[in-house]
Design a protein around this ligand. Sequence first.
Ligand code: BES
Ligand code: ZN
Length: 859
Amino acid sequence: MRRAKADAYRLPRQVLPVRYDLRLEPDLMAATFAGHETITVAVSRPTETIILNAVELEITSATIENGKGRSRRAAIGLDEPAERCRLTFPSAISTGTWTLSLSFQGRLNDKLRGFYRSTYKDASGATQVVAATQFEATDARRAFPCWDEPDCKAVFATTLVIDPALTAVSNTRIVSERREAGKKVLQFADTMTMSTYLVAFIIGEIIATPPTMVGKTPLRLWCVPGKQHLAKFGQEIASFSLKFFEDYYGLPYPGDKLDLLAIPDFASGAMENLGAITFRENALLVDAQAATHAELERIADVVAHENAHMWFGDLVTMSWWNGLWLNEAFATFAEMLAVDAWKPVWRRWTTFGVSRAVAMIVDGLHSSRPIEYPVRAPKDADAMFDTLTYEKGASVLRMLEQHLGPAVFRNGIRDYLKRHAYGNADTKDLWVSLGRAAKQPVPTLMNGWIFKPGYPLVTVSLGKNGRLRLAQHRFTYLRKTKGGRAGGAGRWCIPIQLRVATAGKSGSRRVLMTGATLQVKLPKRADLILVNEGGHGFYRVRYEPALLKRLLRLVPDGLAPIERFNLINDAWASAVAGLMPPAEYLDMTRSFTGDRDKNVWAVLLESIHTLHRIMEPARRPAFEALVRGRIGPAAADLGWAPRAGEDDLAKQLRGDLLRALGTVGNDRDTQARAAELYAEYGKHPASVDPNVLPAIVAVLAHAGDAARYAEFAEQYRTAATPQEERRYLYALASFQSTDLLARTLEKTITGEFRTQDAPYMVRMVLMNVVGRELAWEFVKKNWDAMDRLYPKQGLRRMCEGIVGLTTPALERDVRTFFRERKIDLGGKTLAQYLEQLRIAVALGERAGKALDRHLGDGR
Ligand code: BES
Ligand code: ZN
């Protein structure tokens, strides 16, 4: 990291905050707020100026005093682009403790950041307002002037002055409530010492569930009126995971209460404000009886993830945003642990394979980045919230946990939390604690995974002398031409778990691969060799043909689901990277049609979607026939209704297969049956399984006309649950008529869709082969409006849709647009999207003709 002095984005350190006494008076109707704060600061070097962060605030007065002598008034200079304010005093402030008092005013904005305004319709149809906060990464400075950097930890004592008809929640319990000039004045207890980005306040006509006690902690869920009945499932996983983490971390929950709040407008999924976790409604509230497995899993994941942060992130915080992975990768890893402990039948670690696979896609790009990566500007901090931080980070933690042993790993985590509680830490601090627990040095093992981009492809062959020969190279999709080395750069320290079977008896072996190649002695007549047993390794495997053939014979029952998943996933990646002809990949998929694991099918379906997108229109009908040939038998086998004794995963698979068959497979029978069942569902809602219903909706949208569109648009408007709302919303991006899709695009900038959803709708239409050109023209035309309206991460995620613009002409146009408009999405985001687009176009150029043999006879 740069030295603080050389960095315009880091505050000087001679004055640092210890405590904020914060008083805020929001006016929800006028969308404004007035604030006053008294910040206790420690001055370590005499100075005439104090610099702190503030943006879009009007600071009306600033004074400082230290109890000796008169208070001094500062001249106030605001530097909006730098998001700072400079206070200049008439003479130097001496070392010691001072209190700085600031008065300020601001607006409750509509961009879902800082202190913002969210709205909803009440039972009578009238619009109501909730004021809420979202401060991570760098937006606390939009609500009150502060030292808005994660290592400037302090105590926060908040007072909220609100309309007496409303309620307010903040990080801690209410210690006093009184009336003052017709207002309700709520004073909250002091927080623990913590970072600014974790401060939160939510004000509105919100209501809470009765608390459940988790040890000494009262835990409640909050929502707008009328949705209380959707809180039960969230409260269960919240209570379970809070208890789970107290045990795992070996430390009590650090707050004095825990509230989880569903906010009608919310930029991301959820936010780990200490004691006042905020959520998007569909990430917290659900009717468990009417939801799909995937929807329930999502809620369990998000709730467990945010609870995990109460320690990892809130109690111990990364020193700076380059170390964001310490927060997010760990919370993602811990989320799996908790959800797996809660519902072992969900096999959460197997499904995590899908997330790991997504990280491997991005990390297979030349434009990837190391997990830990320099950050200066706020935009670059925002860009760190990506799949490399979350999913690659969680994957390498899992790999390490499995390598060291779960108990040893947990002891290292406990040590780390205890040592750095109420403070900040860096990656090397985590290595020290884990190394102490493991009695071995961690940096040599782990630094390559954290500080270098990419990951290895391990090539497996049988050498002469009966030894197994492993070789590692960096895996990339595109071969670098000019200047760059061809994928070969990089070497990792890889914990490899092998399974070797001889005469039907199989055994596991662990080896640590540190060099470019490794020879492993095999027992005589080994008839099966599997690399990456258990599937925890963050690497791909490429077998020589004879070894691969033997493995394929074991599909499905002779390999674990995650092992089958990795086998087909690595094959698909090889096909995309040009290491395997696409036709050979399609041949291979035939071995998996008897599989009944939803994760294995997720790979098959994803590859089908991608191939469908890159296929020239003339080849699409033939390709659809091939898709029906692959999916049809499994879908027919599972049917439309659940069977007695079936588990949740099988139910989800049924929905996934029917959806694909009726959409990319364009299967007329499936579409007709979906229409019948949907009509039946209208009369008897219990007649359709909740896992099948969203598939039916998607299939009907795919095949639907204007009447169906109007029907679904109405269902979206009047949906009874957040999940139902989302289902019909997304359906509006799945129609196959440009007229209808044009209507959907229009709604993304007219306010008909919430700005939390609109960019994702645009993204979906960009990925829709019928709507993509239309959507791209729409984006180009309305970019400025979108930039103004959408939350910043929404705009960034919307741009990911360009990966669907897979014709050479569109690709050229995309590049020109972003270059001419000088658009920077932060970090390496744009370069990654463009490289993914390049890969898809290149695959399209190779695949079309090569697939004609398959397309001819539908096999
Ligand atoms: N700290 C994040 C919320 C966040 C995301 C803040 C992006 C600023 C920018 C939170 O803990 C989080 O990771 N939320 C995820 C859900 C989680 C289950 C992966 C999200 O919002 O998608
Ligand atoms: Zn998180």
